[in-house]
Design a binder for this molecule. Structure first.
Ligand code: WT7
Length: 637
């Protein structure tokens, strides 16, 4: 068996869990011994949560790409590492074996080197879902450059902010990207992002849509031309840079409760061990299986379960360029039939959307290859869980409901497919190494079962966030200051009579829209940029498909025309400032916002109104202008 640390029975899980708590260093030292190191660690773990300062495998040297590529060459070199399915069902798919992927990564690593990229440099990657995205990511890791992948749906302004924060020096992008019926001009967006930027030295552009692009002399170069230059130098070789266990592997920006996204930092060794361990155990991956994670590499799910987790395990990872509903709502099911997919890992929002199209699309495809189903990104409601289980899994496939976050690097709470029991709408039990607990508002530990509270983690795990880029204090403030000596997740949570965890959603001002994390403050900032807007407040409300929708209350100086056009303008502004994913679903114009005498917006009231639950708004007597509430209630959309 290739994964000696794969847990095959409930008993094995229980024993592993106990050992991970009682002897964490021995436990993780054992797991880590199955990886390729250039030098072994001196110490498995050093930590304190006060700073915070967490170090795993100190003194160890490695390169994650040797674990994802080189170590597989002799054994499974001719096995597919990446299978790529185009947006266009008519276009031929691509297969890259481990040998081929290794070749391409090494080759592109040499391109990066030729263009002056060095260890520690920040390289922004803004691409569509083509194999070159994975190649670019791995090529950075090969030479020790820090990648910062930005999801292709973010706007120029959002990219500009992230480039500035990371002081990025290079960008890898595409001319354009296909998404369903649309072609998105990525290079144009990058050009806009670069107006006024002083840190970017080179932009490498891969060809995909061959839409017209403006290539600026001295700055912009084509991927394919650069490959030719390294090709002429004969068989490419690019030794893997020796990285310290705690050197930065990547930065990934995510939203918080302030207006500014933060750069979550993951480091080489811990992240590698964690994504591999969780991949192999949660999905119970077996060699030869085809793993299809439908996320975009621009999010942590894609980093961990399209690229690093599967590849470090020698798995075959299916990468899909398109969307679930184009050309029709049978796309996922056709892909599963076409490649005999064994593991499907997707988001509740996709399931709910596909449910709405009826079973004809599902029944048109042979789904009998499926062994395991997975859900991620938001709470999965029971209805969606049962639909998924019955109609996609045909009642035979375990569903893993995987709770985790950008900051956790990999899955934290989940059943292990077919090994530990599932419970609909419950993430169930913590993985070995994860010590969750619930705390109340006053910071008291809530013991026992059938309880609820704020979800915290009381001990480090290898894949945890190390810092927020260039701003360690922000990391401390956000995650380690609410509760002393605990990592605070920002999620509310129930623990049932058997100790199963059920995550109920964010308790901070963070929204989860279609599994995408968006800060209310970020959306408010964007809305407030619009010339006619005086002030705004944004809250979430339950949305049948997206999980949460975005509801904006806007004080508007409406002298410029009709409400419909004004709403459109505000929506367009948000699209320009953040991206289409942050567009409000509803905009209500209000004469004022309900504030306390100290000027704090009472979001609780706004949330209730947006939810349509106006019968009991609680105590409104502390409001500066209680009369406002009735006006807002009446104007509800
Ligand atoms: C937030 C993290 C995890 C990768 C994708 C999202 C919510 C995530 C679940 C789940 C209930 C979930 C939480 C979490 N969430 N998975 N299985 N059940 N809620 O990563 O953008 O960092 O968002 O997503 O609220 O805090 P992210």
């Amino acid at each position: 068996m290739p994964y000696p640390y794969q847990l095959k029975t409930l008993q094995a899980y229980k024993e592993a869990y106990q050992k991970s708590v009682e002897q964490p260093e021995e436990f993780w030292g054992d797991v880590a011994s199955h990886f390729t190191w250039k030098r072994k660690w001196d110490k498995v773990l050093e930590w304190n949560f006060e700073q915070p300062d967490v170090k795993w495998f100190t003194g160890a040297k490695l390169n994650i790409t040797e674990n994802c590529l080189d170590r597989h060459l002799d054994t499974i070199g001719n096995t597919p590492a990446i299978i790529w399915e185009s947006n266009d069902p008519e276009e031929h798919h691509r297969v890259l074996t481990y040998k081929e992927l290794h070749f391409k990564v090494v080759q592109f690593a040499n391109v990066l080197k030729n263009n002056g990229v060095k260890k520690g440099d920040r390289v922004c990657i803004y691409m569509g879902m083509i194999p070159e995205l994975a190649i670019a990511t791995l090529a950075c890791a090969r030479i020790g450059a820090i990648h910062s992948v930005i999801f292709g749906g973010f706007s120029a302004q959002a990219i500009a902010d992230r480039l500035e924060d990371a002081k990025a020096e290079y960008i890898i992008t595409c001319d354009g990207a296909y998404r369903g019926a649309k072609a998105i001009p990525l290079k144009d967006v990058v050009d806009d992002a670069l107006i006024g930027n002083h840190t970017i030295k080179k932009v490498i552009v891969a060809t995909r849509t061959r839409t017209p692009v403006s290539m600026i002399k001295g700055r912009d170069i084509w991927w394919e031309d650069e490959i030719k230059k390294v090709e002429t130098h004969g068989n490419p070789d690019c030794p893997a840079e020796e990285m310290d266990a705690e050197d930065i592997l990547f930065i990934l920006y995510t939203s918080g409760s302030t207006g500014k996204p933060k750069g979550v930092v993951h480091t080489c060794a811990g992240y590698m061990v964690w994504t591999n361990y969780t991949f192999v155990n949660v999905f119970q991956y077996e060699p030869g299986q085809i793993h299809f994670c439908t996320a975009d590499v621009g999010w942590i799910t894609g980093h961990s379960y399209i690229v690093y987790g599967p590849l470090s395990a020698g798995a075959t990872s299916l990468m899909f360029e398109g969307v679930p509903t184009w050309p029709d709502a049978g796309r996922f099911w056709q892909i599963i039939e076409k490649f005999k997919v064994n593991i499907l890992y997707t988001a509740p929002t996709a399931i709910r959307s596909l449910m709405g199209f009826g079973l004809d699309f599902v029944n048109g495809s042979d789904l009998s290859s499926l062994k395991t189903l997975g859900s991620v990104g938001e709470p999965i409601n029971e209805e969606a869980w049962h639909w998924f289980h019955k109609n996609i899994g045909k009642g035979n496939c375990p569903i893993v409901d995987t709770w985790w976050q950008t900051e956790t690097g990999g899955v934290m709470i989940s059943n292990l497919a077919g090994v530990t029991p599932a419970k609909p709408a419950h993430a169930t039990l913590p993985l070995p190494g994860v010590q969750p607990c619930l705390l109340d508002e006053n910071g008291a530990l809530i013991e026992g079962n059938t309880v609820s509270g704020n979800l915290c983690i009381q001990f480090p795990w290898p894949g945890m966030i190390r810092t927020t880029y260039n701003d360690h204090e922000r990391c401390r403030q956000t995650y380690f200051s609410t509760y002393k000596n605990f990592y605070f997740t920002g999620d509310g949570c129930l623990r049932d009579e058997n100790g199963n965890y059920r995550i109920t959603g964010r308790v901070d001002d963070v929204l989860n829209v279609s599994g995408h994390r968006i800060g209310t403050a970020e959306v408010e900032n964007a809305i407030n940029m619009h010339a006619g807007v005086v002030e705004s407040a944004v809250v979430g409300y339950p949305h049948d498909i997206k999980g949460q929708g975005i509801y904006a209350y806007v004080i508007y100086d409406g002298s410029h025309g009709d409400a419909h056009l004004s709403r459109q303008d505000i929506t367009h502004t948000v699209s320009r400032i953040i991206g289409p994913i942050a567009k409000p679903d509803k905009i209500q114009f209000v004469p004022g916002l309900p504030k306390t005498r100290s000027g704090k917006i009472m979001r609780r009231i706004l949330r209730k109104i947006a939810e349509g639950d106006v019968s009991n708004l609680g105590d409104t007597s502390t409001l500066l202008d209680p009369g406002l509430v009735d006006i807002i209630k009446e104007g509800r959309i």
